[in-house]
Design a protein. Structure first.
Lengths: 218, 329
């Protein structure tokens, strides 16, 4: 579908894409358009935007099939490197996490963990799992959005990156106690992914965290 | 007046910074390995030891030849190569006990950021530290720098140095690669690995080196290596900037001397309405001034060490150091 003529209002400027709000039929939709990056070489830029647009739509669709709470694909506009998907009303977890009580945050993180477990069992890793990519949409469980860096994998290494990134975003952006937040996440994760996968993924996540430079003990 | 002594890897430097954060003297000598060879820790440390005496003397003399008595002695305590670190630490200890002045241990990476922030007047930036020892994206939260993104394997400096060595280009590798890159035109497809806010460069190095051995065009390879490696980092920086919402982007460390990287990170900052603070090229590489600058700030925050506890720490992460002087006034 052609999104260039669609009347839309800018919702959010992300790192690699602009999100705008529009209406298609009776759907409230979000148009995610990957914008040209001036810092990148033009041919490298075009290739990255094209590949990621297609891969993102495919992964979102697979996640849906796997039972995870993600947006639904309404259409594609490959000329403009754009995806049209249903709009999720709610608050970004990054915004609301610090206002929740410790108990409420643990509950939220448990549901987030369960959603990650569903993605991983469906053979998908998110690749950019931070509190900015979780939308809290009461009364139900949270939605996971932004599959721009996602890919197909069942490797503990790739699954570990997801938990590692989530943990780091909690440490760097939130005042909540990160270890109890992660414990809650893993409990939720275990419910949908099973004990075995949960153990190997978390072990890998801790290993990845230690891979950074200059750790005294490896 | 704070005397700073740098000797973490290939450079021995000594510098004086005054109480108003001005660099009074900055004298450095860098060990250059032969073409095609990396830094040998012992040979580097021998070079540092042989120049230490005259570098410190020059750094402590005024233009008219009289000598300055520093109030504080700061030394680079890590991270770095053990044999090299020990040279600077020995000089620092000796001066501290002879002149009866307090001794301040400095983290070399924190110092890269401190001097960049002092000169470019940054307050509380998203910091991008790119050198042979670090490739990290950091924000200051509470008392410490927090690592928001980093390399999962080799640093950007390692990547450029190792490729340059493979291509028999002279040290510093970053400069040689960028010179060749200006002659390149064709973008060769190389592995582009961004994992969230992290990057991984080892696959890129292997692919570029393999292509070179198969008679790939050197200029095109240097061009493609730079474009791919810098784009990866720029993407991770952009992602981190959007998440942390800082209004300043600081670029520091040896690889910050690269014009192409400055252009790319500057463009990311501009796109998101943040001011761009690249360290001046003369202070991007390892130098005494960074240690003096950071040591002065640490001393003002009450950080000193007794001679008997003045160890060196070859492995020392940025997020393990208390840095209470940020945000800067």
């Amino acid at each position: 579908m052609d999104t260039s003529s669609l009347a839309s209002t800018l919702l959010h400027r992300g790192a690699e894409a602009d999100l705008s709000l529009a209406t298609v039929g009776s759907w409230r939709v979000v148009v995610k358009r990957r914008v040209k990056k001036d810092y990148r070489n033009p041919s490298l830029d075009e290739q990255i935007r094209h590949d990621r647009t297609i891969s993102e739509a495919s992964r979102i669709h697979e996640a849906k099939t796997g039972g995870a709470r993600v947006p639904s694909i309404v259409g594609m506009d490959l000329e403009n490197n754009a995806i049209v998907m249903t709009h999720i009303a709610g608050t970004v977890a990054r915004e609301c996490l610090d206002e929740l009580s410790p108990k409420e945050s643990r509950k939220l993180l448990r549901s987030v963990g369960a959603q990650i477990g569903l993605l991983h069992t469906a053979g998908i890793v998110h690749g950019d799992l931070t509190t900015s990519n979780v939308i809290v949409s009461p009364p139900g469980a949270p939605f996971i959005v932004d599959f721009g860096m996602s890919h197909r994998s069942v490797e503990p290494e790739d699954r570990g990156v997801d938990l590692h990134l989530l943990q780091r975003s909690i440490v760097a952006s939130h005042s909540q106690d990160s270890s109890s937040m992660m414990n809650a996440t893993i409990r939720g994760y275990e419910k949908t992914a099973g004990k075995k996968i949960a153990t190997s993924t978390w072990q890998k996540a801790r290993e990845i965290a230690r891979r950074g430079r200059y750790f005294a003990i490896r | 007046m704070c005397l700073g002594i740098e000797s973490t890897a290939h450079t021995f430097g000594a510098s004086l910074v005054d109480d108003r954060d001005r660099i009074v003297t900055n004298v450095n000598s860098t060990y250059r390995p032969p073409v095609g060879v990396g830094i040998h820790p012992r040979k580097a440390s021998e070079h540092l030891a042989s120049v230490a005496d005259s570098i410190v003397k020059t750094a402590l003399s005024t233009k008219d030849g009289s000598s300055i008595d520093p109030d504080v002695i700061a030394y680079a305590a890590g991270p770095g190569l053990g044999p090299c670190l020990r040279i600077g630490a020995t000089v620092g200890r000796a001066l501290s006990s002879f002149l009866k002045r307090p001794l301040v241990p400095v983290h070399h990476g924190v110092a890269h950021l401190d001097i960049a922030m002092s000169i470019t007047k940054a307050h509380d930036p998203l910091a991008v530290l790119v050198s042979g020892g670090h490739t990290s994206i950091l924000v200051h939260v509470g008392k410490r720098w927090r690592v928001y993104g980093e390399t999962q394997d080799i640093t950007l400096g390692n990547l450029l140095d190792m490729f340059a060595r493979e291509a028999k280009l002279p040290s510093p590798g970053g400069l040689s690669v960028s010179r060749e890159a200006t002659k390149g035109e064709n973008l060769i497809k190389l592995p582009y690995t961004v994992k969230g806010n992290d990057v991984a460069y080892s696959g890129l190095l292997t692919a570029a080196a393999t292509s070179l051995r198969r008679q790939g065009n050197l200029a095109d390879l240097c061009f493609s290596l730079q474009e791919t490696a810098f784009s990866m980092l720029s993407e991770a920086v952009e992602r981190s900037l959007v998440q942390t919402r800082r209004s300043e982007v600081l670029l520091a460390g040896g690889v910050a001397a690269s014009q192409r990287l400055r252009q790319m990170i500057g463009s990311v900052a501009e796109d998101h309405g943040a001011s761009f603070h690249p360290v001046p090229i003369e202070y991007s590489g390892d130098c005494g001034a960074q240690i003096a600058c950071s040591g002065r700030l640490a001393y003002e925050s009450g950080i000193t060490v007794s001679t008997s506890d003045s160890f060196v720490t070859p492995r020392w992460r940025m997020d393990e150091v208390d840095v209470p002087w940020i945000p800067r006034a």
